[in-house]
Design a protein around this ligand. Sequence first.
Ligand SMILES: [Zn+2]
Length: 302
Amino acid sequence: MQPTTLWGVDLGGTKIEAAAIDASRPTAPLHRVRLETESSRGYDHIVDRIRTAVEQLASATGLTRPRVIGIGTPGTTEPATGLLKNSNTVCLNGQPLAADLSAALGAECRLANDANCFALAEASFGAARGRDVVIGLILGTGVGSGIVVHGRALNGLHGIAGEWGHNPMCDEATPCYCGRSGCVETVISGPALERFYRERTGSSVALPGIVERATAGDADAGATLARLAAKFGEAIAAVINIVDPDAMVIGGGVGNVDRLYEEATRAAIRKHLFNPELRTELLRPTLGDSAGVFGAALLALP
Ligand SMILES: [Zn+2]
């Protein structure tokens, strides 16, 4: 059988990565290209940078451009209009990115948000390989996720499937940029945890520093990590009650905190779970920064 070559592009706010992968050996890309996004130069320039990345991929590999190219994006394509929304690279919002890229690249471009690409890659050949239903959590500056069912990312009617970061939490009222208050993201994102520690101590310390201080016996740092476990448990139990996944892979900076993989966190989840036991695996990602571009390439699968 001929190997299937898949092309993917990971569009980030600061860099664009394009890769051609062999579907039978996906973690050894045939070639990859990295460019600065230069997003401050505006929307048309970003489309042009992606075209340049794909041209470089074609000339470096000598391969014919495929009929379909997968693109991971910050933000989501609104299925009803094809316009991008909810992107922190704000010049993309309101633009028909899929249509414009398809015209610029001369290939059908299939777009998915970066959380879906992360989830797809980790579920297909990363930490959660072989599991049927996988949630790839992004727990960093923002909080979101992608849901993969039998190898396919769930997009949803509004393109918001998996957006648990803006679910409301009990007893929380911090205003969120989305216009509501008490969202999960305002409680357990990296900046939210750093703010909690700062309000107790007056010191601004980045999350890895708070983890170090907790290990050294700092009570306020310990309370910050206890809050992470308790609030993550409450927030993610609501997600597990609905999706009941086999595994969750925790990406993003907060995903590096060991506490999330310890019994304290599993106990916090069980406290709010509609089931006496919790068998869902909580896994660390194994693909690193490459998950985005690998997941994008998988969008090109037939
Ligand atoms: Zn919100």
